[in-house]
Design a protein around this ligand. Structure first.
Ligand code: NAD
Length: 336
């Protein structure tokens, strides 16, 4: 069977080739993002491997179905970019990688917190320019601070364990509390969480219920000077509301690994071009904003696990007609 890998980079090729033992599948690496216009690049009847910013809306799925594609194996955990109802109607199975080193994302989240708190991104530039002044670099002890975790699934749970080591007081909100978090966090409502957190960090999936969860109203209820971190999905935050909060000073600092409109920016070298997205460009002007380009997952361990699970999904589909980790329309309903 052919496996057509869209949005593929050199690192995808390296890790997928290693996981494809004995050259079991013919890997067809395609640089373009998956869309209705590029769907025909997949060899007829192949399985398709897609990533976070690939378009799996109804028109693309129709094009894939016309190309006799019966499996889309996402090489990520989130599946907010897939029209699951249309996929089911067309008989296309959707697979994902539900778990692949939650440590990668949790540790990157802590990296953003520490960098913003101690202004490491600014200190790095200062020292390189021979400026050893400390004014403007004042931080705070993480110990004793209240961290609000939105979503205590795999990543939120690992984060809770790490921050326990820092001596933080942990509050969390999740419609399905995690037994692994018992004793680590105190579960409260979202409104209580935002009102009490010194640091608010997002680890829920993007669903209709979590889209723009952090909006004007939520920001108004936050503590002045709050640190806000988002490594989940961009649209969990209303970026315009957050910019207003940064301008007023109500939000003290912002760390992002994801952005609502990241599909037009992230994973590409655009350094020779002007950024056309004025909202994103505005974010870059704040000294207390630190943005990484969706790299929280990007560790050796995570890429190895993603590649191995993707091949296992294809292999199970080939043997049984169903991938190992299938995403079904009722999963979205249960997560909202
Ligand atoms: P998970 O499914 O294990 O956990 C998500 C948790 O969020 C669940 O416990 C769920 O009950 C909870 N949740 C759902 N709706 C909620 C709501 N309204 N309020 C609070 N909690 C809610 O997922 P995970 O592996 O921990 O990943 C979390 C998210 O992180 C993913 O959905 C994905 O979007 C994102 N992610 C980002 C990267 C990255 O590189 N930046 C990598 C992996 C995952």
């Amino acid at each position: 069977m052919d496996l057509a890998v869209f949005s593929s980079k050199a690192y995808d090729q390296r890790f997928l080739a290693a996981a494809n033992t004995a050259d079991r599948y013919r890997l067809v690496f395609l640089e373009p993002r998956l869309s209705h216009e590029t769907a025909a690049l997949a060899p007829r009847g192949s399985a398709v491997c897609a990533f976070v910013n690939d378009d799996l809306g109804s028109v693309t799925l129709e094009a894939l179905a016309a190309n006799e594609v019966r499996l889309v194996a996402l090489r990520c955990a989130g599946f907010n970019n897939v029209d699951l109802g249309v996929a089911a109607r067309l008989g296309i199975r959707i697979a994902r990688v539900p778990a692949y080193s939650p440590h990668s994302v949790a540790e990157h989240t802590v990296g953003l917190m520490l960098s913003l708190n101690r202004k490491l991104h600014r200190a790095y530039n200062r020292v390189r320019e021979g400026n050893f002044a400390l004014d403007g670099l004042l931080g705070f002890d993480m110990a004793g601070k209240t961290v609000g975790i939105v979503g205590t699934g795999q990543i939120g749970t690992v984060l809770a364990a790490i921050l326990t080591g820092f001596g933080c007081r942990l509050l969390a909100t999740d419609p399905v509390p995690s037994p692994a978090c018992a004793g680590l966090v105190r579960y409260v409502t979202f409104d209580e969480l935002v009102a009490e957190a010194d640091i608010l960090t997002l680890h829920c999936p993007l669903t209709p219920a979590t889209e723009h969860l952090v909006d004007d109203r939520a920001i108004d209820r936050m503590k002045p000077g709050v640190m806000l971190i988002n490594t989940s999905r961009g649209a969990v935050i209303d970026t315009r509301a957050v910019i207003a909060g940064l301008k007023s000073g109500h939000i003290g600092s912002l760390g992002l690994d994801v952005y609502e409109e990241e599909a037009d920016l992230f994973f590409e070298d655009l350094s020779e071009r002007a950024i056309a997205d004025d909202v994103f460009a505005r974010l870059l002007t704040f000294p207390n904003v630190l943005i990484t380009g969706h790299q929280a997952f990007f560790t050796e361990e995570a890429l190895t696990a993603i590649a191995e699970t993707t091949i296992a999904n294809v292999s199970a589909f080939e043997r049984t007609g169903r991938p190992l980790h299938e995403v079904t329309a009722d999963m979205r309903a249960s997560r909202t």
